[in-house]
Design a protein around this ligand. Structure first.
Ligand code: PGA
Length: 249
């Protein structure tokens, strides 16, 4: 069972585990939900992030599909966010990241993997609805407390929309783009309300560099200044952290 930590009205259930164990635990959950969905003649709908945080999870997922766990590839995915003003096949796009780290490795048909796009925000919300809503949403936390590209200032009722990227977000993407001046200024992201509409949310944060923001996520008052804090309102959310990220809790 998740430990409940926090001194505010709504609390994040927190699970502290090694990164490899967290990857196993989340993929276990996806696999069991995917099997249950298939028994109901439907496909599990999973919301997915990019970044360093989910790499171990995607490696474990691909490994299991490679060893025959077919349910883990009979799913539908919606990505959290995407950079704007670059080609979709730009090597630093979220789409390219997902192809490399998960989608090609599990041979997911391209029409089963959706990404938000410029000018198609309402269509993205509609597509999520038409798929039956997101069963399990996985998110990371940016060092400024963002989830997806919901930067500080993002309202609890925000939906999929085009946004200006925070400087810290652009700095963190600079290596992938070959320099800060090449990182787009804008992105498109599911909103906080889009994420909160998922049936389950798993928030992942690993490493000492995330210790300060994890502390704030758990202990600060929920507000737009710290978008991840809105997720504490969800009835089935877990914050999954390793010992280093949990250091200050
Ligand atoms: P990271 O990014 O996984 O690369 O730390 C997390 C995020 O910005 O949401």
């Amino acid at each position: 069972m998740a430990r409940v930590i926090g001194n505010t009205a709504r609390r994040f259930p927190v699970r502290v585990m090694e990164i490899a164990d967290a990857a196993q635990a989340v993929v276990d959950e996806i696999e069991s939900l995917a099997r249950a969905s298939l028994r109901e003649q439907r496909r599990l709908v999973v919301g997915l992030p990019t970044g360093r945080t989910p790499l171990a999870l995607y490696a474990e997922w691909a490994h299991r599909v490679g060893s025959g766990q077919d349910a883990l590839r009979r799913i539908v995915t919606f990505n959290l966010d995407e950079f704007l003003d670059i080609a979709p096949d730009h090597p630093a796009s979220c789409r390219s990241y997902m192809r490399t780290h998960l989608l090609e490795r599990i041979s997911l048909a391209s029409d089963a993997a959706a990404f938000p796009e410029a000018g198609r925000c309402e269509a993205y919300e509609a597509a999520i609805g038409a798929a039956g809503g997101i069963d399990l949403q996985i998110v990371g936390i940016g060092r400024n407390g963002h989830v997806g590209f919901n930067e500080p200032g993002s309202a609890r009722d925000s939906r999929t929309r085009e946004v200006a990227l925070a400087l810290t977000t652009r700095e963190d993407a600079a290596a992938a783009f070959g320099g800060l001046d090449r990182v787009p200024l804008r992105g498109v992201t599911m909103g906080i309300a889009t994420i909160l509409a998922a049936k389950r949310i798993r928030v992942l944060a690993f490493g000492a560099a995330k210790a300060a923001i994890v502390h704030r996520a758990v202990h600060s008052r929920a507000s737009a200044a710290l978008p991840v804090s809105w997720l504490r309102d969800h009835p089935d959310v877990q914050l999954i952290v390793d010992r280093d990220a949990a250091r200050d809790l």
